[in-house]
Design a protein around this ligand. Structure first.
Ligand code: SAM
Length: 346
Protein backbone atom coordinates (compact mmCIF):
# COMPACT_ATOMS: atom_id res chain seq x y z
CA UNK A 1 0.00 0.00 0.00
CA UNK A 2 1.73 3.16 -1.24
CA UNK A 3 0.96 6.14 0.97
CA UNK A 4 -0.05 9.51 -0.46
CA UNK A 5 2.57 12.20 0.02
CA UNK A 6 3.33 15.51 -1.67
CA UNK A 7 5.30 14.71 -4.82
CA UNK A 8 9.00 15.45 -4.24
CA UNK A 9 10.56 17.79 -6.83
CA UNK A 10 14.03 16.55 -7.74
CA UNK A 11 14.79 18.98 -10.58
CA UNK A 12 13.57 22.52 -11.12
CA UNK A 13 14.67 25.83 -12.51
CA UNK A 14 12.92 27.97 -9.90
CA UNK A 15 14.06 31.57 -9.33
CA UNK A 16 15.53 32.07 -5.83
CA UNK A 17 13.76 34.49 -3.48
CA UNK A 18 14.74 35.72 -0.01
CA UNK A 19 14.02 38.53 2.43
CA UNK A 20 15.38 41.10 -0.06
CA UNK A 21 12.54 40.26 -2.48
CA UNK A 22 9.33 42.25 -1.93
CA UNK A 23 6.57 39.70 -1.08
CA UNK A 24 4.12 41.42 -3.41
CA UNK A 25 6.56 41.30 -6.34
CA UNK A 26 7.18 37.60 -5.70
CA UNK A 27 3.43 36.97 -5.42
CA UNK A 28 2.83 38.68 -8.78
CA UNK A 29 5.44 36.39 -10.37
CA UNK A 30 3.69 33.33 -8.90
CA UNK A 31 0.34 34.59 -10.17
CA UNK A 32 1.87 35.04 -13.62
CA UNK A 33 3.11 31.46 -13.76
CA UNK A 34 6.76 31.70 -12.60
CA UNK A 35 8.21 29.14 -10.16
CA UNK A 36 10.18 30.48 -7.18
CA UNK A 37 12.17 28.86 -4.37
CA UNK A 38 12.68 30.37 -0.92
CA UNK A 39 16.36 30.29 0.06
CA UNK A 40 16.66 31.97 3.47
CA UNK A 41 13.93 31.76 6.09
CA UNK A 42 10.50 30.28 6.71
CA UNK A 43 9.06 33.79 7.19
CA UNK A 44 9.95 34.78 3.61
CA UNK A 45 7.77 32.01 2.18
CA UNK A 46 4.92 32.70 4.60
CA UNK A 47 4.94 36.43 3.67
CA UNK A 48 4.86 35.65 -0.05
CA UNK A 49 1.89 33.31 0.31
CA UNK A 50 0.06 35.93 2.35
CA UNK A 51 0.74 38.54 -0.35
CA UNK A 52 -0.64 36.14 -2.97
CA UNK A 53 -4.10 36.42 -1.41
CA UNK A 54 -4.09 40.18 -2.02
CA UNK A 55 -2.62 39.89 -5.52
CA UNK A 56 -5.36 37.50 -6.67
CA UNK A 57 -8.57 39.26 -5.84
CA UNK A 58 -11.12 37.30 -3.82
CA UNK A 59 -14.76 37.30 -4.98
CA UNK A 60 -17.26 39.10 -2.74
CA UNK A 61 -18.87 37.17 0.11
CA UNK A 62 -22.12 37.10 -1.94
CA UNK A 63 -20.38 35.41 -4.90
CA UNK A 64 -21.62 31.97 -5.94
CA UNK A 65 -20.19 28.78 -4.50
CA UNK A 66 -18.68 28.03 -7.93
CA UNK A 67 -16.96 31.46 -8.05
CA UNK A 68 -15.50 30.98 -4.55
CA UNK A 69 -14.29 27.50 -5.53
CA UNK A 70 -12.66 28.88 -8.69
CA UNK A 71 -10.85 31.56 -6.63
CA UNK A 72 -9.54 28.97 -4.16
CA UNK A 73 -8.30 26.84 -7.06
CA UNK A 74 -6.45 29.78 -8.68
CA UNK A 75 -4.74 30.69 -5.38
CA UNK A 76 -3.86 27.06 -4.80
CA UNK A 77 -2.32 26.61 -8.24
CA UNK A 78 -0.21 29.77 -7.87
CA UNK A 79 0.89 28.89 -4.33
CA UNK A 80 2.12 25.46 -5.50
CA UNK A 81 4.68 27.33 -7.63
CA UNK A 82 6.50 28.57 -4.51
CA UNK A 83 9.01 25.89 -3.45
CA UNK A 84 10.95 25.13 -0.28
CA UNK A 85 14.20 23.12 -0.04
CA UNK A 86 14.21 19.96 2.07
CA UNK A 87 17.53 18.44 3.15
CA UNK A 88 17.96 15.42 5.41
CA UNK A 89 14.26 15.40 6.35
CA UNK A 90 14.20 19.06 7.43
CA UNK A 91 13.07 22.16 5.66
CA UNK A 92 16.36 23.90 4.95
CA UNK A 93 15.18 27.35 6.03
CA UNK A 94 15.85 29.40 9.15
CA UNK A 95 13.10 29.16 11.80
CA UNK A 96 11.49 26.12 10.16
CA UNK A 97 10.16 23.66 12.74
CA UNK A 98 10.97 19.93 12.48
CA UNK A 99 8.33 17.79 10.76
CA UNK A 100 8.45 14.08 11.56
CA UNK A 101 6.40 13.17 8.47
CA UNK A 102 9.33 14.25 6.23
CA UNK A 103 11.33 11.31 7.54
CA UNK A 104 8.36 8.93 7.51
CA UNK A 105 7.26 9.76 3.97
CA UNK A 106 10.66 10.29 2.27
CA UNK A 107 12.96 7.89 4.14
CA UNK A 108 15.42 7.50 1.26
CA UNK A 109 15.45 11.01 -0.20
CA UNK A 110 18.24 13.30 1.02
CA UNK A 111 17.66 16.54 -0.89
CA UNK A 112 14.63 17.70 -2.85
CA UNK A 113 12.08 20.50 -2.98
CA UNK A 114 8.41 20.62 -2.08
CA UNK A 115 5.81 23.31 -2.62
CA UNK A 116 6.05 25.62 0.41
CA UNK A 117 2.31 25.36 1.05
CA UNK A 118 2.54 21.57 1.18
CA UNK A 119 5.35 21.77 3.73
CA UNK A 120 3.07 24.02 5.79
CA UNK A 121 0.35 21.36 5.50
CA UNK A 122 2.78 18.62 6.51
CA UNK A 123 3.72 20.73 9.50
CA UNK A 124 0.08 21.28 10.49
CA UNK A 125 -0.64 17.58 10.07
CA UNK A 126 2.39 16.66 12.18
CA UNK A 127 1.23 18.94 15.00
CA UNK A 128 -2.26 17.41 14.88
CA UNK A 129 -0.72 13.93 14.87
CA UNK A 130 1.40 14.74 17.92
CA UNK A 131 -1.33 16.58 19.84
CA UNK A 132 -4.25 14.37 18.79
CA UNK A 133 -7.86 15.41 18.31
CA UNK A 134 -10.11 15.01 21.33
CA UNK A 135 -13.40 13.32 20.48
CA UNK A 136 -15.91 13.34 23.31
CA UNK A 137 -17.97 10.60 21.58
CA UNK A 138 -15.02 8.25 22.11
CA UNK A 139 -13.83 9.64 25.43
CA UNK A 140 -10.27 9.87 24.09
CA UNK A 141 -8.15 11.47 21.41
CA UNK A 142 -7.43 10.15 17.92
CA UNK A 143 -4.13 10.83 16.17
CA UNK A 144 -4.79 11.22 12.43
CA UNK A 145 -1.93 10.32 10.13
CA UNK A 146 -0.93 12.77 7.36
CA UNK A 147 -3.48 12.99 4.57
CA UNK A 148 -6.34 11.52 6.60
CA UNK A 149 -9.67 13.25 7.07
CA UNK A 150 -10.32 14.08 10.72
CA UNK A 151 -13.58 15.67 11.90
CA UNK A 152 -13.34 19.37 12.79
CA UNK A 153 -16.96 19.49 14.01
CA UNK A 154 -18.69 16.84 16.03
CA UNK A 155 -22.47 17.36 15.95
CA UNK A 156 -22.89 14.62 13.32
CA UNK A 157 -20.89 12.22 15.50
CA UNK A 158 -23.03 13.06 18.52
CA UNK A 159 -26.14 12.42 16.42
CA UNK A 160 -24.72 9.05 15.39
CA UNK A 161 -24.07 8.28 19.09
CA UNK A 162 -27.77 9.02 19.70
CA UNK A 163 -28.74 6.69 16.86
CA UNK A 164 -26.42 4.00 18.23
CA UNK A 165 -27.96 4.29 21.71
CA UNK A 166 -31.42 3.65 20.19
CA UNK A 167 -30.33 0.68 18.06
CA UNK A 168 -31.76 -2.60 19.30
CA UNK A 169 -30.72 -5.01 16.54
CA UNK A 170 -28.02 -7.69 16.55
CA UNK A 171 -24.38 -6.69 16.92
CA UNK A 172 -22.43 -9.43 15.20
CA UNK A 173 -20.78 -7.51 12.38
CA UNK A 174 -20.69 -3.89 11.25
CA UNK A 175 -18.92 -2.10 8.41
CA UNK A 176 -17.62 1.47 8.55
CA UNK A 177 -17.27 2.57 4.93
CA UNK A 178 -14.76 5.39 4.37
CA UNK A 179 -13.37 5.17 7.88
CA UNK A 180 -11.06 8.23 7.75
CA UNK A 181 -9.33 8.43 11.12
CA UNK A 182 -11.54 5.58 12.36
CA UNK A 183 -13.96 7.41 14.63
CA UNK A 184 -17.12 5.57 13.54
CA UNK A 185 -15.37 2.18 13.57
CA UNK A 186 -14.21 2.88 17.12
CA UNK A 187 -17.75 3.94 18.10
CA UNK A 188 -19.07 0.65 16.70
CA UNK A 189 -16.50 -1.23 18.79
CA UNK A 190 -17.53 0.75 21.85
CA UNK A 191 -21.18 -0.11 21.13
CA UNK A 192 -20.33 -3.81 21.43
CA UNK A 193 -20.20 -5.11 17.85
CA UNK A 194 -18.35 -8.43 17.78
CA UNK A 195 -16.51 -7.66 14.52
CA UNK A 196 -15.96 -4.44 12.62
CA UNK A 197 -14.71 -4.00 9.07
CA UNK A 198 -13.33 -0.51 8.32
CA UNK A 199 -12.57 0.45 4.71
CA UNK A 200 -11.17 3.45 2.89
CA UNK A 201 -9.79 4.02 -0.58
CA UNK A 202 -7.25 6.44 0.90
CA UNK A 203 -4.21 4.38 2.00
CA UNK A 204 -3.25 7.04 4.55
CA UNK A 205 -6.58 6.52 6.33
CA UNK A 206 -5.86 2.79 6.60
CA UNK A 207 -2.40 3.57 7.98
CA UNK A 208 -3.96 6.03 10.43
CA UNK A 209 -6.51 3.57 11.79
CA UNK A 210 -3.97 0.78 11.98
CA UNK A 211 -1.79 3.03 14.23
CA UNK A 212 -4.89 3.99 16.23
CA UNK A 213 -5.76 0.35 16.89
CA UNK A 214 -2.23 -0.36 18.14
CA UNK A 215 -2.47 2.63 20.45
CA UNK A 216 -5.78 1.81 22.10
CA UNK A 217 -5.80 -1.99 22.52
CA UNK A 218 -9.36 -2.38 21.23
CA UNK A 219 -10.94 -5.70 22.20
CA UNK A 220 -13.22 -5.98 19.15
CA UNK A 221 -11.37 -7.36 16.11
CA UNK A 222 -11.24 -4.57 13.53
CA UNK A 223 -10.34 -5.57 10.00
CA UNK A 224 -8.94 -2.85 7.75
CA UNK A 225 -9.28 -2.91 3.98
CA UNK A 226 -7.89 -0.48 1.43
CA UNK A 227 -10.71 -0.80 -1.11
CA UNK A 228 -13.41 1.09 -2.94
CA UNK A 229 -16.42 1.37 -0.61
CA UNK A 230 -17.29 -2.12 0.75
CA UNK A 231 -14.65 -3.92 -1.31
CA UNK A 232 -15.02 -7.63 -1.97
CA UNK A 233 -15.65 -8.94 1.53
CA UNK A 234 -18.56 -11.37 1.10
CA UNK A 235 -19.57 -11.55 4.78
CA UNK A 236 -22.97 -10.08 5.61
CA UNK A 237 -23.24 -7.22 8.10
CA UNK A 238 -26.15 -6.06 10.23
CA UNK A 239 -25.10 -2.43 10.16
CA UNK A 240 -23.33 -0.62 7.31
CA UNK A 241 -22.35 2.91 8.26
CA UNK A 242 -21.12 5.55 5.81
CA UNK A 243 -20.31 9.19 6.46
CA UNK A 244 -19.90 10.09 2.80
CA UNK A 245 -18.79 13.36 1.23
CA UNK A 246 -21.70 15.78 1.59
CA UNK A 247 -21.37 17.80 -1.60
CA UNK A 248 -20.91 17.12 -5.27
CA UNK A 249 -17.64 18.42 -6.65
CA UNK A 250 -14.48 17.81 -8.53
CA UNK A 251 -12.05 15.47 -6.81
CA UNK A 252 -8.46 16.67 -7.39
CA UNK A 253 -6.51 15.49 -4.36
CA UNK A 254 -7.08 12.43 -2.16
CA UNK A 255 -8.45 14.59 0.68
CA UNK A 256 -11.10 16.01 -1.68
CA UNK A 257 -12.61 12.52 -1.74
CA UNK A 258 -13.61 13.07 1.88
CA UNK A 259 -15.54 16.24 1.00
CA UNK A 260 -16.86 15.91 -2.56
CA UNK A 261 -18.61 13.07 -4.32
CA UNK A 262 -18.54 12.38 -8.02
CA UNK A 263 -21.17 10.72 -10.21
CA UNK A 264 -21.69 7.08 -9.36
CA UNK A 265 -20.37 7.01 -5.76
CA UNK A 266 -23.77 6.62 -4.07
CA UNK A 267 -25.08 4.25 -6.75
CA UNK A 268 -22.05 1.97 -6.22
CA UNK A 269 -22.41 2.23 -2.44
CA UNK A 270 -26.10 1.20 -2.41
CA UNK A 271 -25.43 -1.59 -4.90
CA UNK A 272 -22.66 -3.03 -2.72
CA UNK A 273 -24.56 -2.48 0.53
CA UNK A 274 -27.58 -4.29 -0.92
CA UNK A 275 -25.40 -7.30 -1.67
CA UNK A 276 -23.85 -7.33 1.82
CA UNK A 277 -26.63 -6.36 4.23
CA UNK A 278 -28.33 -9.10 6.30
CA UNK A 279 -32.07 -9.42 5.52
CA UNK A 280 -33.06 -7.19 8.47
CA UNK A 281 -29.84 -5.12 8.39
CA UNK A 282 -29.57 -1.35 8.47
CA UNK A 283 -27.74 1.16 6.30
CA UNK A 284 -26.85 4.24 8.34
CA UNK A 285 -25.73 7.40 6.55
CA UNK A 286 -24.38 10.49 8.27
CA UNK A 287 -25.36 13.42 6.09
CA UNK A 288 -26.28 17.10 6.10
CA UNK A 289 -28.80 19.40 4.47
CA UNK A 290 -25.87 21.46 3.15
CA UNK A 291 -26.36 19.90 -0.28
CA UNK A 292 -29.92 21.26 -0.47
CA UNK A 293 -28.80 24.68 0.76
CA UNK A 294 -25.69 25.10 -1.43
CA UNK A 295 -26.34 22.84 -4.42
CA UNK A 296 -30.13 22.86 -4.88
CA UNK A 297 -29.78 21.63 -8.48
CA UNK A 298 -27.89 18.46 -7.51
CA UNK A 299 -30.27 15.49 -7.08
CA UNK A 300 -30.25 14.37 -3.44
CA UNK A 301 -28.30 11.08 -3.52
CA UNK A 302 -30.17 9.38 -0.64
CA UNK A 303 -33.63 10.50 -1.73
CA UNK A 304 -32.80 9.34 -5.28
CA UNK A 305 -32.02 5.87 -3.90
CA UNK A 306 -35.23 5.81 -1.80
CA UNK A 307 -37.23 6.64 -4.94
CA UNK A 308 -35.83 3.52 -6.61
CA UNK A 309 -37.81 1.49 -4.06
CA UNK A 310 -35.03 -0.88 -3.00
CA UNK A 311 -34.73 0.54 0.56
CA UNK A 312 -37.11 2.44 2.80
CA UNK A 313 -36.47 5.04 5.45
CA UNK A 314 -36.73 3.70 9.01
CA UNK A 315 -35.93 7.00 10.65
CA UNK A 316 -34.08 10.24 10.11
CA UNK A 317 -32.50 12.10 13.01
CA UNK A 318 -31.69 15.79 12.58
CA UNK A 319 -29.81 18.31 14.61
CA UNK A 320 -28.81 21.94 14.10
CA UNK A 321 -25.08 22.51 13.87
CA UNK A 322 -23.36 25.05 16.08
CA UNK A 323 -22.98 28.07 13.78
CA UNK A 324 -19.40 28.83 12.72
CA UNK A 325 -17.74 32.06 13.91
CA UNK A 326 -17.17 34.86 11.38
CA UNK A 327 -13.97 36.92 11.14
CA UNK A 328 -15.34 39.25 13.85
CA UNK A 329 -15.56 36.29 16.26
CA UNK A 330 -19.39 36.41 16.31
CA UNK A 331 -21.38 33.32 15.47
CA UNK A 332 -23.00 33.53 12.03
CA UNK A 333 -26.52 32.40 11.28
CA UNK A 334 -26.73 29.01 9.68
CA UNK A 335 -29.56 26.84 8.45
CA UNK A 336 -27.33 23.81 8.32
CA UNK A 337 -28.48 20.62 10.03
CA UNK A 338 -26.68 17.32 10.33
CA UNK A 339 -28.66 14.15 9.72
CA UNK A 340 -28.56 10.43 10.36
CA UNK A 341 -30.56 8.39 7.83
CA UNK A 342 -31.43 4.80 8.80
CA UNK A 343 -32.54 2.63 5.86
CA UNK A 344 -33.72 -0.95 5.60
CA UNK A 345 -34.69 -3.20 2.72
CA UNK A 346 -38.24 -2.86 1.41
C1 SAM B 1 -16.41 12.59 5.24
S1 SAM B 1 -15.08 11.48 5.41
C2 SAM B 1 -15.62 10.56 6.82
C3 SAM B 1 -14.51 9.91 7.59
C4 SAM B 1 -14.93 9.23 8.90
N1 SAM B 1 -15.80 8.09 8.64
C5 SAM B 1 -15.61 10.23 9.82
O1 SAM B 1 -16.83 10.09 10.01
O2 SAM B 1 -14.95 11.14 10.31
C6 SAM B 1 -15.34 10.37 4.05
C7 SAM B 1 -14.32 9.24 3.98
O3 SAM B 1 -14.71 8.36 2.91
C8 SAM B 1 -13.56 8.00 2.16
N2 SAM B 1 -14.00 7.67 0.81
C9 SAM B 1 -14.45 8.50 -0.16
N3 SAM B 1 -14.74 7.81 -1.27
C10 SAM B 1 -14.49 6.49 -0.99
C11 SAM B 1 -14.58 5.28 -1.73
N4 SAM B 1 -15.03 5.28 -2.99
N5 SAM B 1 -14.22 4.13 -1.14
C12 SAM B 1 -13.77 4.11 0.15
N6 SAM B 1 -13.65 5.24 0.90
C13 SAM B 1 -14.00 6.41 0.33
C14 SAM B 1 -12.66 9.21 2.23
O4 SAM B 1 -11.30 8.88 1.96
C15 SAM B 1 -12.89 9.67 3.69
O5 SAM B 1 -12.00 9.06 4.56
Amino acid sequence: MKLHRPEPILKHDALPVDATTKPRQAAIKLRDGKTLIVTDAYGTGADILEALRTVIRAPSSEASYAARQAYRRTVREASLRLLAPVVKHRMKLKHAAPIGFLEELYPKLVAFALPFVQVQELHGAWQTYLDGVKLAVLGHKVFPFYGTYAPTRTSHLELFATWMSQYEGPRTRAVDVGTGCGVLALMLCKAGFEQVLATDDNPNAIESVSRELRRHKIETPVELQHVDLLGHDPQPAEVIVFNPPWMKGEVRGHLDRALYFEDGLFERFFEQADARLTPSGRIVLLFSNVITLVQPDVPHPIEAELERGRFKLVKKLKRKVKPPRGKDGKRRNTREKVEVWELERV
